[in-house]
Write a protein that binds this ligand. Structure first.
Ligand code: HSE
Length: 293
């Protein structure tokens, strides 16, 4: 039996649509696997009632197939589905790391990224890796067609999750097909600023680099109270605020001393918009960790 803790993640970070990702220190899924003749999946925890246990429909089923590793699998969800926190990716990442160890497949963490990404295709229709990469590797990740690069970064974060669901499929429908050159130039500049900020563990540069004039404004419209939440987070000391992944979670970068105040301000703003929410005082964290074997 192997048990793995697989962290939630935040993709895009504003300017890095479908490219940037970050592992969050909390929340996380816990995936336990045990060899079996046929694969079965049991899901418990946050939002378990919305997750199919049929291996053909669960994100983990594709990972089992890719690794040819049938197992009895238990997923304890700490990452709510349809949250913008890489819920399906965390389960796929945890399963990939756990099954690789259970069956001694000997694949590197980097080699497991595209395998776990197959699970993403089951739920969102696209095998993108910007959530599975940080959930497996940890830190800040940059994923392109050429693979994934990662770097550890010490950046305090607040992730505020409103009690509404946004499906990745719906949130991808609002992404513009084209963008003006001025907006692209601005986005490249912001993305580069953010990447330098990560390398220097500088929350000011990371926050500055989160601005994105192309995708985020369209997605923000799907989140009731977003503008107020963003404004209040900045007032409380956030250095940058954007939609986490496909939403509805909103992520803020800040300094350690401001993290608690930023979390309270974001919760208060959602409350003012009539939306219940919870806030995770988080930071960029490590990737999937084997807890027990
Ligand atoms: N990059 C993806 C998106 C992440 O924003 O659609 C969603 O999980």
């Amino acid at each position: 039996m192997v048990t793995v803790r697989a962290p939630a993640t935040s993709a895009n970070l504003g300017s890095g649509f479908d490219v940037f990702g970050a592992a969050l220190s909390r929340p996380a899924d816990v995936v336990t696997v045990e060899k079996a003749a046929e694969t079965t999946i049991e899901v418990t925890g946050v939002g378990a009632q919305y997750i199919p246990e049929d291996p053909e429909k669960n994100t983990v089923g594709a990972v089992v197939k890719a690794l040819d590793a049938p197992a009895r699998i238990h997923i304890d969800k700490g990452v709510r589905p349809a949250s913008g926190l890489g819920s399906s990716a965390a389960s796929a990442a945890g399963a990939a790391v756990a099954l690789n160890r259970l069956y001694d497949r000997g694949l590197s963490r980097e080699e497991l990224v595209p395998i776990a990404a197959e699970g993403e295709a089951v739920v969102s229709g696209v095998a993108h890796s910007d959530n599975v990469a940080p959930s497996i590797l940890g830190g800040f990740t940059v994923t392109t067609a050429e693979g994934t690069r990662s770097v550890d970064a010490a950046i305090p974060l607040v992730v505020c999750l409103p009690d509404v669901a946004v499906s990745t499929r719906d949130a991808r429908r609002v992404v513009p097909e084209t963008a003006p050159m001025d907006d692209l130039v601005e986005t490249v500049g912001n993305a580069a600023t953010l990447a330098i900020g990560m390398c220097r563990s500088d929350p000011d540069l990371v926050g500055l680099g989160m601005d994105d004039p192309v995708v985020t404004p369209e997605r923000a419209r799907l989140i009731t109270g977003y503008d107020e939440v963003r404004e209040r987070a900045f007032d409380a000391g956030a250095t940058g605020v954007t939609v986490s992944g496909a939403g509805p979670a909103v992520i803020a970068a800040c300094r350690d001393r401001d993290r608690r105040g930023v979390a309270a301000a974001m919760l208060d703003a959602f409350d003012g918009a009539g939306i219940e929410a919870r806030a995770y005082q988080s930071r960029i964290g490590r990737g999937s960790t084997i807890l027990d074997e």
